[in-house]
Design a protein around this ligand. Sequence first.
Ligand SMILES: [Fe+2]
Ligand SMILES: [Fe+2]
Length: 114
Amino acid sequence: MGFPIPEPYCWDTSFRTFYNIIDDEHKTLFNGIFLLAHEDTADHLNELRRCTGKHFLNEQHLMEKSQYAGFAEHKKAHDDFIHRLDTWNGDIQYAKEWLVNHIKTIDFKYKHRI
Ligand SMILES: [Fe+2]
Ligand SMILES: [Fe+2]
């Protein structure tokens, strides 16, 4: 934990995985958290939950297809974050830090492996 949190909160090239589909989905997650930070509404939370669920499923599918060794640990991290969204307590700073650190530590591990 401890990578810089972009301000304003948006994707930049330091988050690039070099899988275009994944990078595009990550942009939607940054945007979802940005909007939720701006206004903590049910609509913004639902949209973030939708984008996040879709992205995690896609990422997990890619990992499974390539029999990626870190799959179980990675899926557990995804499940934990989904649980946080499903029991949302308004802690936007947690969400901002979670996404930044998840991409740069956990996601980056599958680069060139899936
Ligand atoms: Fe991930
Ligand atoms: Fe990801």
